[in-house]
Design a protein. Structure first.
Length: 449
């Protein structure tokens, strides 16, 4: 099994990723079955003549995604996936399309709602923007595509396929100014065939508001430490479910592979849809980003949402939605009703930014920034709360989950952080124990020292 692995030393893909993908495919294909024990890291390293670090990184990624489980003093064992992966012969290929509640609120600018000041190289952005102005005159003086500029959709397709393991084509991508705007378009596509939407709870309330506004019945489905409750979803009779499986907001949970496959099975059995919000999943510190649900989907049932607001800047109002091929005809029927909401100039600039590789350099930069900031935040909170506080979810994304013991009530906790210019969400409270979600992306370094 594992000993048959032969690394491709010519490939630009790191060997630890090659080994991870090889073992993953062996488990999915049932060549490594449920309960099979894998060789130890030392054995694998010795047999394959690879460094222990390479093997450790591969095993860690498989553990993170749920393909393996580690039993102390016993070793690594494959988990049970046989009921979820159909044989390839059973899969039908779908051809690609041709390419031709009311509440008042106080507006507060919390520093942690921003991204890190100085994280984006605007000299490069300005240069690319000027290239569009001076060398793409015909495009500058024409109106934009209602679906989004093809150059950007092409680059987004390549980017998501390579970084998130997606399988998509530029024709499936719809660009818009924000996730809410795109969910609104989706609601227009689905309103004649879908009536009930399930939403993670706690979760992204603004997604719920859009479905409410379009007349959908919405149902809250509880989220646990490993993602949404599948049994509750099955009982809800929902036709579409909104999830953030790679870094759930606000709990920070990561949905393991078994539950991802259960969710995909639910969608196929229900003939429903999964709305996958993948807003900050590229930012992981200890492991590779977990492949998206869209890339695992064999039945064309996942709608994928992505945004550049978190990885670049919220001031850049460019998000995108990847529609299943089965929904493209319905989208085309209504698409002319919508005017493109994102600037054509910025779309073309972003297309260059991605195409020339600047986004890869930017991602490496912000991972260093946010990793350092996460460590400073830990020390900062411990200096105020001592042993009563602990970061319990901080491996990825731009928010962390904090465990806090305090005699204060929830509002007092919120007001304390507010006095520091920080917005938090109290996820749950049990006696004097709180779980709190705190975004830290915009907090300046000097505020944490």
């Amino acid at each position: 099994m594992i000993y048959n692995f032969i690394p491709d030393k010519v490939s630009r893909k790191p060997i630890y990723i090659q080994l991870y993908e090889y073992i993953r495919d062996e488990i999915e294909g049932q060549n490594i079955k449920n309960g099979d024990k894998l060789p130890s890291i030392r054995e694998t390293s010795s047999s394959l003549k690879l460094s222990k670090t390479t093997v450790e990184n591969s095993y860690f990624q498989l553990l993170t995604e749920g393909y393996l489980e580690s039993i102390p003093k016993k070793g690594y064992y494959a988990t049970d996936l046989k009921d979820y992966f159909p044989r390839k012969a059973d899969q039908k290929e779908i051809p690609l399309l041709d390419s031709t509640h009311l509440q008042s609120y106080e507006e507060i600018n919390y520093v942690n709602d921003n991204v890190h000041a100085g994280s984006m190289d605007f000299k490069i952005w300005k240069k690319l923007y000027n290239n569009i102005l001076f060398y793409s005159v015909d495009e500058v003086y024409s109106s934009g595509s209602h679906q989004g500029e093809y150059k950007l959709r092409y680059e987004v397709s390549r980017f998501v396929n390579s970084t998130r393991g997606a399988h998509t084509h530029p024709d499936q991508i719809v660009v818009g100014a924000g996730i809410q705007y795109l969910i609104g378009i989706l609601a227009g596509v689905l309103k004649h065939s879908v009536s009930t939407a399930a939403i993670e709870y706690p979760g992204y309330e603004k997604a719920k508001y859009i479905f409410d506004d379009y007349g959908f019945k919405t149902i809250d489905i509880p989220v646990s430490d490993n993602g949404i409750n599948i049994l509750a979803l099955e009982k809800s009779n929902a036709d579409i479910v909104y999830v953030s499986p790679s870094h759930q907001y606000p709990t920070g949970s990561l949905m393991p592979i078994q539950k991802r496959l259960q969710l995909l099975s639910w969608a196929e059995n229900r003939k429903g849809y999964i709305l996958e919000d993948d807003y900050d999943s590229l930012i992981r510190f200890e492991s590779r980003p977990v492949p998206c649900l869209q890339g695992l989907d064999k039945n064309d049932r996942v709608i994928y949402l992505g945004s550049f607001s978190k990885i670049l800047t919220p001031a850049l109002r460019i998000s995108y939605m990847i529609l299943p091929l089965r929904l493209m005809e319905d989208y085309i029927k209504i698409s002319k009703k919508y005017t493109q909401s994102s600037s054509k100039l910025e779309q073309l600039t972003l297309a260059q930014f991605i195409g020339e590789g600047h986004i890869d350099k930017h991602l490496r930069k912000i991972k260093r920034i946010y990793s350092k900031k996460r460590d400073l935040l830990k020390n900062y909170l411990e200096s105020m709360w001592g042993d009563d506080i602990e970061l319990i979810s901080a491996d990825s994304g731009l928010h962390t989950v904090i465990s806090l013991r305090s005699n204060c009530d929830a509002q007092e906790i919120v007001d304390f952080f507010k006095s520091k210019g920080l917005h938090i969400s109290v996820i749950k409270k049990h006696e004097q124990h709180f779980e709190i979600s705190l975004s830290y992306s915009g907090i300046p370094f000097d505020a944490l020292i």
